[in-house]
Ligand binder design. Structure first.
Ligand code: SAH
Length: 228
């Protein structure tokens, strides 16, 4: 049985009385994800539970369940729901995953969804102020299996490696080898690769090396070096 850390009772959820952020709105978002080809029920269930409107500015809350990326400050964006679903479906490959690393916490939304589909989640962010915001956004959800880290995620997180899945939420010019090296054999990393045009790539570690598979064309902010 999967733990259900997200209480969606109409009384407890902030904004539950406002139609635009209700469970029904979230269910409609999930229905659209299904229509766009997401089939992994574990991922769909997780996205039906995580209150995405809590991760965007109050002024944008009414748009939180549209299938678009939205600004979160610091020139960064919260990823489009379809892309989050696609990435998590890709690393799961239909199987439960134990330990996952996310590079690029941003506002913390995808980290919360990951915490609902994986046993243990580490998420690393290079912008200190954004990490603090993510912490504040995530606090009310009380996710004991999610740990946030401040640092340059291009180097991965050696202290917690190897991982059963890695999700990179910012685009790299080429596949970051240091990250791929922190995958367990049989585990997958999904990431956007490219500069002007980007594509989601799934890298799988095999006993002898790596295989690569291409998914959708996407638009992400760039992976950057160092911390700020
Ligand atoms: N996961 C977020 C999306 C965040 S946008 C969501 O749920 O919507 C991408 C994030 O990656 C930004 O916050 C950006 O600061 C961060 N980022 C870019 N390069 C990074 C790096 N090298 N290490 C860690 N985070 C990085």
């Amino acid at each position: 049985m999967t733990a259900r850390p997200f209480s969606m009772g109409s009384s407890g959820e902030p904004g539950a009385g406002i139609g635009m952020t209700s469970q029904r709105t979230r269910d409609r978002m999930v229905q659209r994800l299904r229509e766009k080809g997401i089939t992994d029920q574990v991922v769909l269930d997780a996205m039906a539970r995580v209150p995405r409107h809590l991760f965007v500015d109050e002024a944008l809350a009414s748009r939180a369940y549209e299938d678009v990326a939205l600004p979160i400050g610091f020139e960064q964006t919260i990823s489009q729901p379809y892309v989050v679903a696609k990435m998590l479906e890709a690393i799961r490959g239909g199987n439960p995953i134990a330990r996952v690393l996310e590079v690029g916490t941003g506002c913390g939304y995808q980290a919360a969804v990951l915490a609902a589909v994986a046993r243990e989640v580490f998420s690393i962010e290079r912008i200190k102020a954004l990490l603090e915001r993510a912490r504040a956004n995530l606090r009310p959800l009380r996710l004991p299996n999610l740990r946030l880290k401040y640092g340059d995620g291009q180097l991965g997180l050696a202290e917690a490696a190897p991982f059963d899945g890695i999700v990179v939420a910012a685009a790299a010019a080429s596949m970051p080898r240091e990250l791929a090296d922190q995958l367990n054999v049989g585990a997958r990393m999904v990431l956007p690769v490219g500069t002007t045009s980007q594509q989601l790539i799934v890298v799988e570690r095999t006993a002898t090396g790596f295989t690569e598979r291409k998914l959708d064309l996407v638009r992400f902010v760039s992976l950057r070096t160092g911390r700020e």
